[in-house]
Design a protein around this ligand. Structure first.
Ligand SMILES: Cc1ncc(COP(=O)(O)O)c(C=O)c1O
Length: 440
């Protein structure tokens, strides 16, 4: 295999910057929970790439599936179906409740949500869509209109009818009512606001069952049931965006199974392709028939492509064979225990929360006010990278300084121990160097 010849830095001379700083290393290789830079330095990946590599990087079965697809077909005319696509639609229908039986296969999470919003609008005849503060649904216009975590400024109007509900963040109560345990007041206030703003054309609520980029927010018991009741009362559909939460990270195939509420529309992406671009929008037979009747149109260049479908079949096989759902819960407990140990040791860690292998750690200036410590958080994250641990710090939105920690589901316990030890060292060193003051 040949490595492309690279001229010296700056590497980004001919690249558009897209909203997150480039890591100051070139990554040449990735396997399992590890990545290596072009100088051969090993780095533990606690972000699963961009939350997609749940089986670990370059899992042999994914590599094999890509080879198989090369023997078959990679890409076809958008009106053509292939055996992997049909098999994947059948597999998903078998895993999901009977009502969610019709899939559309696209490439990215944003695209799947775009299709979901169009289907919801066509089916209900309405156009208002309610998202959650802190949510992230993609960069295409419709999806971006219901992103409330960041990136709204500077592009003119969002889609007409885009409304927001406050996320049930118990650590930073959005309506300044609760502290540490959400009693659901924010939901009632939120729907009052929605009703006040609505022009009478409510189509759907779109939500991540556990909001990830917005702060790893696990809603309180019974929360999604209440949302569903609010939706039903208003004739709205509930769309769950399970880009990050489906296929094992929370210990089940789908996060909604934990909460006992079935969405009307489900979108899958990131974890379905295990690192290859694949997404799905899934609805009931009745909704599909109604929307087809009404002229639903969403062909894209890569709709129903065989290559990613072949890979997704391998992802689903490996999830079952390696019992990764159970593994995610076990490894998640180990990770959470390590993080709580660090919280006991380091005052800067205000909160540790999460579900399975999706854990969030908030960095605060003091535990009483819970004001985010953005500068120290960034300094520790950089030190982690120097020490060989890749961490994602989310420093936008309300809580504004949080690590979202999500290693692949195949992570080994020694790797979790190593990650915790690096984190401990990085926090200790940065704080000893006068961390906050120096960084600020
Ligand atoms: C919950 C959720 N939905 C949708 C998306 C958008 O996916 P994509 O970047 O593949 O368009 C993301 C991306 O981070 C996400 O986290």
């Amino acid at each position: 295999m040949s490595t492309p010849h690279l001229t010296n830095e700056p590497w980004d001379e001919h690249l558009i910057r897209y909203g997150m700083p480039f890591v100051p290393r070139l990554i040449a290789k990735a396997r399992g929970t590890l990545i290596w830079d072009s100088e051969g330095r090993e780095i533990l990946d606690f972000t699963s790439g961009q939350m997609c590599a749940t089986l670990g990087h370059n899992h042999p079965r994914i590599v094999e599936a890509i080879r198989e697809a090369c023997e078959g077909a990679l890409h076809l005319f958008s009106g053509m179906l292939s055996p992997p696509v049909v098999a994947l639609s059948q597999r998903l229908a078998g895993l999901l409740p009977p009502r969610l039986s019709k899939s559309l296969f696209l490439s990215t999470g944003g695209e799947a949500n775009e299709a979901a919003l169009k289907l919801a609008k066509l089916h209900t005849g309405n156009f208002e869509v309610v998202g959650y503060t802190g949510s992230w649904h993609g960069m295409t216009s419709g999806a971006q209109s219901v992103n409330y975590v960041a990136g709204r400024q500077g592009y003119g109007p969002m889609m007409p009818g885009s409304l927001a509900l406050p996320a049930p963040n118990a650590y930073h109560c959005p309506v300044r009512h609760c502290r540490d345990a959400c009693d659901g007041t924010c939901l009632e206030v939120g729907f009052d606001m929605v009703d006040a703003q609505s022009t009478g054309a409510l189509a759907a609520v779109i939500a991540e069952p556990v909001e990830s980029s917005g702060g790893v927010i696990v809603p309180p018991e019974g929360y999604w049931q209440k949302v569903k009741q609010h939706c039903d009362k208003r004739g709205m559909l509930l769309i769950f965006d399970e880009a990050q939460t489906a296929f094992g990270r929370l210990g089940r195939d789908f996060a909604f199974q934990h909460f006992g509420v079935e969405p009307d529309i489900l979108t899958l992406s990131k974890t379905l392709g295990g690192g290859l671009p694949l997404s799905a929008t899934i609805v009931s037979e009745a909704m599909e028939a109604d929307c087809h009747e009404k002229g639903f149109m969403h062909p894209t260049s890569h709709v129903s492509d065989p290559l990613p479908a072949q890979v997704a079949l391998a992802v689903l096989d490996v999830l079952a064979e390696e019992r990764l759902n159970a593994r995610a819960l076990a490894m998640g407990e180990l990770l959470a225990a390590g993080l709580r140990y660090l919280q006991d040791k380091h005052e800067i860690i205000g909160d540790v929360r999460g579900f399975g292998l999706l854990q969030g750690v908030e960095l605060v200036k003091d535990r009483e006010t819970r004001a985010p410590d953005v500068a120290t958080g960034r300094a520790i994250t950089s030190r982690c990278m120097e020490l060989g641990l890749s961490m994602n710090i989310v420093s936008v939105g309300v809580m504004a300084s949080m690590w979202r920690i999500a290693p692949p589901l195949t992570v080994r316990s020694e790797e979790i121990d190593r990650g915790i030890a690096i984190l401990d060292q990085a926090i200790t060193e940065v704080l000893a160097e006068g961390g906050r003051a120096a960084a600020e």
